[in-house]
Ligand binder design. Structure first.
Ligand SMILES: Cc1cc2nc3c(=O)[nH]c(=O)nc-3n(C[C@H](O)[C@H](O)[C@H](O)COP(=O)(O)OP(=O)(O)OC[C@H]3O[C@@H](n4cnc5c(N)ncnc54)[C@H](O)[C@@H]3O)c2cc1C
Length: 509
């Protein structure tokens, strides 16, 4: 795939396009390919670098994080009240966060669509209306059910314990992959090229149909004349260290912003757009996620098999989902408690560890504001019911591991050592401050939400900004609520719906 390097462009460049797309991640790639296939002249601007799948698949996790992740994976949301510091991970590269996924694919759950339809007045948000978009995405990125034989011993053991404890069996996950060999490092780039991220699917299709994709192109402002978006302005960056080279201006008949849940609202705020609703940057949801680990007497070899293969939605009514996972052992070892010889003993025991993850279907407790430099200033307050769900999920996961015969439980609580079965059973998790929970997020959503009225939302039901005509938002920021499941298929399906609508809508001027 041919990508033009912004770092190699001149001091000042003027470009024209029918449609300019800001961001080349999961949503931007979908819209770009659909519009390029409809013979529109599409220009995609991406702040990050372009790295081929062969190159990132061969990188060590630490190199890959410094090359493809925003802030080398160290972005966080500032906690308010009894809330954990949440490490919010995002991609910054051609292909965006799509490169970093575990490949997990879920459609938007029916109960979430019902809420969007009934409570948010989004009439087209029904399973039947979205079916063609879901199907189109799943076909393009080859979503398939993960066979049971790919489950790692870690996932199998947890599943056995959960079933013994509660009667609920794990369900197989679906993933976008072809030829997965179970290297168990999807988040750091698949060494076998099996994960079908958008740099392997939608973006090459867009380029083949004439779309121009620039890397190292940071968009700083959406240009507006009267009540209409007419292009964007920004600067070329000098590779991953972000130094300055030159500037660009793009004149376009339509602007599509697909910069993700953190950076789309930031771009609007920096462009002076969206103040009338007061909603830009608000309602951030994160799906706070954490893992519980357990040590077994016999070796588990949890790294054998695929990274994510099974899940349980049996507790979705209680606001959490259990998702199977494993972490590359080098990374996992670094998270174990203890120092010196004690830590060495823990690292030596890696083969005996099993891991499972929990994800909270959270309320919109976050707020993205302009920061001092390039990045936004983001705060997040965990809602009371989410705080409770977090404790309930940890307790359940620990008990499931004990039912499977675990000798020691490691909770994601800062300063807490491994717990014997008796210590774990005696622990009252409701008394542990949530600010001590080791928590991460890969799903910032909802910061430019879609709705029926300008006062309570940023974009209309078709994704067009209420305040500025011909300015569309395509990414996870438009989701009216969190999903409770991993969002890439939801985001790509809504982007597909937008692309289909824009194909039919005449380009003006
Ligand atoms: C580690 C990790 C694991 C994940 N695993 C899964 C999973 O298994 N299943 C799942 O469903 N989801 C997963 N996700 C989430 C999924 O990847 C995202 O929800 C999805 O990619 C979001 O799409 P997007 O288009 O909104 O944003 P992104 O894909 O993040 O793309 C936004 C792009 O815009 C660029 N950009 C931002 N601002 C500007 C600007 N001003 N100018 C130019 N470019 C800009 C960014 O650099 C980025 O490349 C994971 C995410 C991460 C980080």
């Amino acid at each position: 795939m041919k990508v033009l390097d912004g770092a190699a462009q001149g001091k000042e460049l003027q470009l024209d396009a029918d449609v300019v797309v800001v961001g080349s991640g999961a949503s931007g790639a979908v819209v770009a390919s659909l519009l390029a296939e409809a013979r529109q002249d599409v220009l995609v601007l991406e702040e990050g670098s372009h790295v081929t799948p062969e190159a990132y698949g061969a990188m060590r996790p630490t190199t890959q994080m410094r090359t493809l992740w925003r802030d080398a994976g160290l972005t966080f949301a500032v906690p308010l009240g009894d809330t954990p510091v949440i490490n919010v991970m995002m991609g910054k590269a051609v292909g965006g966060s799509s490169l970093l996924t575990g490949g997990v694919c879920f459609r938007i759950p029916d109960n979430v669509l019902n809420e969007w339809h009934d409570d948010h007045g989004l009439e087209e948000m029904t399973p039947a209306a979205l079916e063609p978009a879901f199907e189109s995405v799943e076909k393009t990125v080859k979503v398939q059910t993960v066979p049971t034989w790919m489950r790692s011993p870690s996932t199998r053991i947890f599943g056995e314990g959960l079933q013994k404890l509660t009667g609920h069996a794990l369900k197989p996950l679906r993933r976008n992959m072809e030829g997965c060999q179970g290297h168990s490092r999807c988040n750091f780039g698949c060494p076998a090229g099996a994960k079908l991220s958008v740099d392997r699917t939608y973006l090459p299709r867009a380029v083949e149909k004439g779309a121009r994709v620039y890397s190292h192109a940071l968009v700083e402002k959406v240009l507006v004349e009267g009540d209409r978006a007419v292009g964007v302005r920004g600067r070329w960056l000098n590779g991953v260290d972000g130094g300055r080279t030159g500037k660009f201006t793009v004149r376009a008949r339509r602007v599509v912003v697909a910069a993700g849940g953190y950076h789309s609202p930031l771009l609007l705020l920096r462009s002076g757009i969206g103040h009338s609703s007061g909603m830009v940057g608000r309602n951030l949801t994160l799906h706070p996620s954490f893992r519980v680990m357990a040590r077994f007497a016999e070796p588990v070899h949890g790294w054998r098999g695929a990274l994510q293969t099974a899940y349980s939605d049996a507790w979705n009514d209680e606001r959490f989902q259990l998702n199977g996972m494993f972490t590359p052992v080098g990374v996992l070892a670094a998270t174990m408690p203890g120092v010196g010889p004690r830590h060495a003993a823990r690292a030596h025991d890696m083969a005996h560890l099993a891991v499972f993850g929990g994800l909270i279907h959270d309320e919109g407790g976050g707020h993205v504001r302009r920061g001092l430099g390039r990045e936004p200033f983001v705060t997040y307050r965990l809602a009371e019911e989410d705080r409770h769900a977090m404790g309930r999920a940890m307790k359940l996961m620990g008990e499931a591991f004990l039912a499977a015969g675990a000798r020691e439980i490691f909770l994601p609580i800062l300063g807490m050592d491994g717990l014997t079965p008796d210590q774990f059973r005696a622990l009252d998790l409701d008394r542990v401050p949530r600010s001590r929970v080791e928590c991460a997020s890969q799903h910032p959503l909802g910061t430019c939400r879609m709705g029926r009225a300008p006062g309570s939302s940023v974009v209309d039901p078709d994704g067009e900004c209420w305040e500025v005509k011909e300015l569309f938002l395509a990414d996870g920021s438009v989701l009216p609520t969190s999903l409770g499941v991993n969002p890439q298929v939801a985001i790509m399906s809504l982007a597909t719906r937008l692309g289909w609508k824009l194909r039919e809508r005449p380009l003006r001027g």
